[in-house]
Ligand binder design. Structure first.
Ligand code: AMP
Ligand code: MG
Length: 404
């Protein structure tokens, strides 16, 4: 073992440094069919009103409000997609169906349920107001109005809006291409029986899921050996087609920990140790051609917590998300939290609603090898460094993963 020469830096400082060195990857135009989950790269402004024409909100009769209380001759029909092409004369009404164009001359619609029909004469109630029961042009959106701002994620409502405006494709942020590698001679492919001292490569699958969920396109490099030249070849080959390298393992100070020297030999290591628990050996480097590398610690929980703190916000910045961080909420601690003297701790908790607050319960042993502490966790509770710890009942900040 050798002592690490990298300065221990604050987790917040390291996170800011990572974002400073990460750039937006640019945009591409994508057909609506593939836009779900992508990030809008430019504001969308309505170029025409929505609805484009006065559109009936109900099935009924279109007429002049001035004819309230009268018996009117039914002169025709305006169905959705099949407008009545003449004007409505005084003393007449037009049968209209939901989505039908309000004809010229009419200024209101009376619901089917509110009229008496005999033959082609309809008796309409009194007290009608112009404008009732139809959507005026521009009622939902006026031309020039901003519909969606750049930086939002495109979900169901956003895509529906884009389609309603007649846009067949949208400018979206490019997805980061990530090369993902596990390292360690103890690792075997999942499904293969581990020999003595071997374990399945579980980080690959955990990180693959986390990366995809964060919007990345992932290329799996498999298991890198604890041998510098082979490792270097694997990484250099993969970098050609990647924006980002993510590795797990091989960043602590043991003699087999080869990632830091490898990254130093091809780029610049900016973060080599952070005041973070779990995740102290987290490593971040910039590489030639504007690429970046994240050397995540090998312990399964450490790799996923450092992913949340450092990698996820960076991937979001690359895609153009306006919001880089997960939401945080104040929660009441339901247990006595011990603190670490010199490191910010992210403790895994489940949340429950009690009265009007969220109360955090520990997921049990917070060992960085124990994935059970993260499975099903609703949040990461941030415990600042210190030797006092925080007592049950205090309110702390929680990074929300999902709400109960
Ligand atoms: P390292 O950072 O390489 O020293 O690894 C720290 C611990 O994490 C060791 O116990 C490793 O066996 C374990 N570990 C490293 N990589 C993986 C992986 N891909 N899947 C599961 N455990 C791992
Ligand atoms: Mg290792």
């Amino acid at each position: 073992m050798r002592a690490s020469t990298y300065p221990l830096i604050d987790a917040e400082v390291a996170a800011a440094l990572v974002l400073e060195r990460t750039r937006f990857l640019g945009s591409e135009r994508v057909a609506l069919v593939d836009c779900a989950g992508r990030v809008l790269a430019e504001d969308i402004v309505a170029s025409a009103p929505l609805p484009a024409f006065p559109s009936s909100a109900v099935d009924g009769y279109a007429l002049r409000a001035a004819d309230a209380g009268k018996a009117l001759r039914v002169a025709g029909e305006s169905a959705a997609g099949r407008p009545f092409e003449r004007a409505v004369e005084p003393g007449t009404a037009i049968r209209i169906l939901t989505g039908g164009v309000l004809p010229e001359g009419a200024d209101c619609v009376v619901m089917m349920e509110d009229v008496e029909l005999s033959g082609d004469v309809v008796k309409v109630p009194g007290g009608l107001q112009p404008g009732q029961n139809f959507h005026a042009p521009g009622a939902d959106l006026r031309p020039g109005e901003r519909v969606l701002p750049a930086g939002v994620q495109l979900g169901a409502a956003e895509l529906g809006l884009a389609a309603a405006l007649g846009l067949p494709e949208l400018p979206v942020g490019r997805r980061p291409r990530v090369a993902l590698m596990s390292t360690g001679d103890e690792l075997v492919e999942v499904g293969k029986a581990p020999g003595r001292g071997q374990i399945p490569d579980s980080n690959r699958w955990a990180l693959l899921a986390a990366l995809r969920e964060a919007g990345a396109e992932v290329r799996l490099l498999g298991i890198g050996p604890d041998e510098p030249d082979a490792l270097r070849r694997l990484v250099v080959d993969a970098l050609g087609g990647a924006d980002v390298l993510v590795t797990s393992g091989g960043v602590s100070v043991g003699t087999h920990d080869l990632i830091k020297p490898l990254l130093e030999s091809i780029g610049d290591v900016h973060v080599g140790r952070v005041k973070l628990k779990p995740g102290k050996p987290f490593t971040f480097a910039t590489l030639p051609d504007d690429k970046v590398a994240f050397g995540l610690p090998g312990f399964p929980v450490s790799s996923l917590v450092t992913f949340e703190v450092f990698v996820r916000p960076a991937l979001r910045k690359m895609q153009g998300f306006a919001q880089l961080q997960r939401p945080t909420l104040p929660v009441r601690l339901g247990y006595d939290a011990r603190a670490t003297a010199d490191r910010t701790e992210y403790q895994r908790v489940t949340l429950r609603r009690e009265a009007r607050e969220l109360v955090a319960a520990s997921t049990g042993s917070q060992s960085s090898s124990r994935l059970m502490s993260l499975a099903g966790a609703h949040a990461l509770v941030r415990i600042p460094p210190g030797d006092q710890g925080i007592k049950a009942g205090a309110v702390v900040e929680a990074m929300i993963l999902s709400l109960p």
